[in-house]
Ligand binder design. Structure first.
Ligand SMILES: C[S@@+](CC[C@H](N)C(=O)[O-])C[C@H]1O[C@@H](n2cnc3c(N)ncnc32)[C@H](O)[C@@H]1O
Length: 198
């Protein structure tokens, strides 16, 4: 399998990415209750900027990513870390694993890398416990210019269409809004957050 993030992993945790993820985390925190018995799964966790910020407060987090180089950075962060025992790293595609009774599934800037979004939503639902949440942060529809090197299956998403897909699967939408922007190559790319409950 090609590691699309091989050349990016080492420098992934740059000030821009840290600010971007922390804004998403703040948005998510403002919309959910966090309980110490919660078990989360972050899909496309990368180097862990989003998921690690929750680990201390919950029982466990599965951090799932199919890029060995991103996972290696994450593993280095967990060496001698007091939260290491709360984190289970799964180096694989979420589509190929099976989880159950998850309190919350999180995707930040990773859903647009997942080819079959409809099947993915079904799989997220199967992995969630009743009332569990699914939180997505991603790009609003763009013209394809965001990814200059590697081709992705989705050039962002139409927020309402994505919310409708979730509703059709039986999710209740708790929040759907554009909350931030990425400035890149003289262009502006709006970011949305969508939070749904099973
Ligand atoms: C743009 S990065 C975002 C990383 C992290 N969420 C962040 O914001 O710092 C997308 C990540 O999704 C991962 N990814 C893409 N498709 C995946 C899949 N099917 N299952 C698990 N991870 C996936 C990539 O390897 C990459 O690390």
């Amino acid at each position: 399998m090609i590691d699309h993030f091989q050349n990016k992993a080492k420098d992934w945790d740059n000030p821009m990415q840290i600010e971007l993820t922390s804004k998403f985390v703040n948005q998510l925190r403002n919309s959910i209750f966090i309980y110490e018995q919660d078990i989360y799964a972050e899909v496309g966790c990368g180097t862990g900027l989003v998921g690690l910020s929750f680990a201390e407060e919950i029982k466990k987090i599965y951090m799932i990513d199919n890029s060995p180089s991103m996972i290696n950075v994450l593993k280095e962060k967990l060496i001698d870390s007091p939260i290491a025992d709360k984190v289970e790293i799964i180096e694989n595609e979420f589509e190929k694993i099976s989880l159950k009774n998850i309190s919350g599934v999180i995707n930040f800037l990773s859903l647009h890398h997942i080819e079959d979004v409809s099947s993915y939503i079904k799989k997220v639902k199967e992995s969630l416990k009743d009332n569990g949440f699914f939180a997505v942060g991603d790009l609003v529809n763009e013209d394809g210019s965001f990814h200059t090197n590697n081709i992705v299956p989705h050039f962002g998403f139409d927020l309402r269409n994505l919310a409708t897909k979730l509703e059709e699967e039986g999710f209740i939408i708790l929040r759907e809004t554009i909350y931030d922007r990425i400035y890149k190559n003289d262009k502006t790319y709006p970011l949305f957050i969508l939070i749904a409950q099973k």
